[in-house]
Design a protein around this ligand. Sequence first.
Ligand code: ATP
Ligand SMILES: Nc1ccn([C@H]2C[C@H](O)[C@@H](COP(=O)(O)O)O2)c(=O)n1
Length: 223
Amino acid sequence: MSDPIPVLTIDGPSGSGKGTISRLVAQRLGWHYLDSGALYRAVGVAAGWADLDLDDAGALVRCTFDTDIGFRESAEGDLRVLVNGHDATDELRTETAGAAASAIAAIPEVRAALKDRQRAFRRAPGLVADGRDMGTVIFPDAPFKVFLTASAAERADRRYKQLKDKGVSVTMDGLLREILARDARDASRTVAPLRPAEGAVHIDTTGLGIDAVVERVLAVVAP
Ligand SMILES: Nc1ncnc2c1ncn2[C@@H]1O[C@H](COP(=O)(O)OP(=O)(O)OP(=O)(O)O)[C@@H](O)[C@H]1O
Ligand SMILES: Nc1ccn([C@H]2C[C@H](O)[C@@H](COP(=O)(O)O)O2)c(=O)n1
C-alpha cells in the first residue's frame, strides 16, 4: 500500500537553493522539513572531531552508526543541528564540512545507515525533503518531485555573497572550483548519484529570485 503522507522532494546541485527554497515552501505548506545534507555533514563533522581519515570507509561507517544527530528550532525560529549533543550548526555550513560530507556520501554503507533516519521524517501533514537522492532513492513514491538547478557561475556567486555576509574570506575562483568538484563527485559516484528523478519538474533558477522560485515550486504541489 502506498504511503498516504505526501512528500515533495527537492534535489539538485550545491548552491542551487534547495535549502532556502525547501524551508520557505515547507513553511507555506505547513509541512515538515528534512535537510538530508545536514545528516551527511554531521557525520563529516563528527569524523573530523574524531580525527578519522576520509579514506577509512570502515571507521566512517562506524562513525555514522555512533553519531547522534538531532534537530531543534531555536527561539529565533532557525533550525539548529546537534551532533552528539553539541550545537554544530555553524560548523556544518562550512565548505570543509560540505566537502567531507560529499566524500563520505559516496560510501554505500554510510548511505544505507542513514536511510531509515531520513524516512522517519515523513510525518503528517506532509514533508519537504531536500538533497541529492530524495526523489530517486529515499522517497521514490513521492507524489511531487522537483530538480533545482542554476549555472555554476550563479551558484558560486550566491555562495560568495552568503559567505561574505558571514565574514568568511573566499575567492570566486576557489568557490567555483569547489562547486564544480562537488558536482562532479556527487554526480559520478556509483551509489545514489545526483540526478533528476523520473518525472521531476526541472526548475532552472539562474536569474530567478527566491520568491519566484518558491511560487514555481508551490505550483508543482498545487497547480
Ligand atoms: N533563487 C535565488 N536567487 C538568489 N539567491 C538565492 C536563490 N536561491 C538561493 N539563494 C541563496 O544562495 C545561497 C545558497 O542557497 P542554499 O544554501 O539554499 O543552496 P543549497 O542548494 O541548499 O546548497 P547546499 O547543497 O550546498 O547546501 C543562499 O545564500 C541563498 O540565500
Ligand atoms: N541526500 C543527500 C544529501 C547530501 N549528500 C551529500 C552530497 C553533498 O555534497 C553533501 C552536503 O550536502 P548539502 O548540505 O550541500 O546539501 O552531502 C548526499 O549525497 N545525498
